[in-house]
Design a protein around this ligand. Sequence first.
Ligand SMILES: [Zn+2]
Ligand SMILES: [Zn+2]
Length: 566
Amino acid sequence: MTNKEIARKFKLLGQLMELHGENSFKVKATDSAARKISKLPFSIAQKTIEELATIPGIGKSTAAKINELVTSGGLKELETFLSLTPEGVLSIMNVKGIGAKKASAFWVELGIDNLGALWYACKDDKVSKLKGFGKKTQQEIQNLIEYTIANEGKFRYADAVETANVLFDILKAQTPNPQQLSFTGAYRRKNELLTSIDFIVVQTKEDLLKTLNENQDFSLINEDSSKIEVIYKTRFLVHIYFCEEAEYYAYLLETTGNEEHVDQLENLLNGKIPFLASEEAIYEQAGLSFIPPVRREGLNEIEQAKNGKLPKLIEATDLKGSLHNHSKWSDGIYSIEEMALYCRDKLNLQYFGISDHSKTAVYADGLKIEEVYQQWKEIDSLNQRFAPFRVFKGIESDILSNGALDYPDEILAEFDFVVASIHSQLGMDEKKATARLIKAIENPYTTILGHPTARQLLIRSGYEIDHKKVIDACAANQVIIEINSNPLRLDIDWRWIPYCLEKGVMLSINPDAHSISELHYTDFGINMAQKGGLTAKNCLNCLSVEEIDQYFKKRKSNIISKFGHD
Ligand SMILES: [Zn+2]
Ligand SMILES: [Zn+2]
């Protein structure tokens, strides 16, 4: 059992305690144990009860629970609470922005035990009459429910990868022709959100059904002449297309691209995709160069392929450094040294940028000015030891509600780079939110605009902003836009990358890592970058260490010459 899995159980326990009105001291203790566990840099499943109890913030009773969980796979206390809680109440509690306390009020005081009933209660103005709730909160809750319902059945790409690979292996083991088995659909296009994981295989329906029926993890829900639909482990909808050998590449192409892409392609092929021996051959017959699956979205890719203008897409190996990362100095788990060495030795990068949270981000233990100075000393000494590898001094500066950054100019001027991000007051309307971002973009010390909308996929829709105005402002001020690669965020949305490129705005693929394993998040960012047609040339962290060092220095000297600051 991983720390994250254990922490999740504790988090749920804390929520259920709160939902059922347990004493608030116990709720807080459970919740803080969950947070503590998720941030420990070693696996706690390996530890004895005695060792566990000596970890600060864990204590005896938590240690006993961890032990119960690891040895038996479950927690009695948790199961009891779960058995007392209707599923609909759990769904309400799990809506981010509602939580256990509010769910408890709806349940206890209004008898509401499902999302639909809560939506009607908002609409009928019943929620605003509860103690501690007003009209504004009621409206927010209604919006959250609508967002949740609109996204039902969707899951994030990153959450499906492991399962998708397991399924691939299951299918591979039973097909006589493993060469003609492939991912297809939106999964093959690496879309950030999916409704199903899709495969195509050369096989008969009967053989395929036999395999699926033999495996208890599949529940059959539908079948027709070209595909079988199953649910895997009660969680993922899976489509398995089957066909004959000659049809394979035509059907692979047809099921991979979205409708617009396939329509446009068919138009070039007299209405029907021919049965040829490869996807390349089919594109060639249409007069096109090969279009990579990630780009088959029916945007401008066919036009580009026709004119030989398909960009050479950026690849993971083009990245030379990792910017926007958090260490122990704020809310990360590891030291700067540990993260930098991982970048150097395991990821073969030339530099590591640290950008811990700034002072306003109290929730994330943001750095006070004295701490910034101390951190710089540490970085200076690491740079002496690690040269030619570099650690760059950055900060993730909160954009305050008026658009100002979080430190005085004298401090901002000393950083190698500044990532400006919003983390609070996400409820502003579009006009105010856009103005707030533009103010921060116009700040001469802003190097990178971090996660522009602060969205969290399937959790919250993020800031409504006028993307064009924001991107135009970045172009005018030479501010780089981040592709935040945390699979929850993937923000800026890849659909805006072409507009960034049109305006000459550079992007930076940043992991926003709070731990060493999260440094690999850039893989998800690369997917998004490819979907948007990004090349290495337009990506900041594809610069070599010398180039980016020069780049940061030049920016600073421009500020001094422009604003006379020193
Ligand atoms: Zn952030
Ligand atoms: Zn961050």
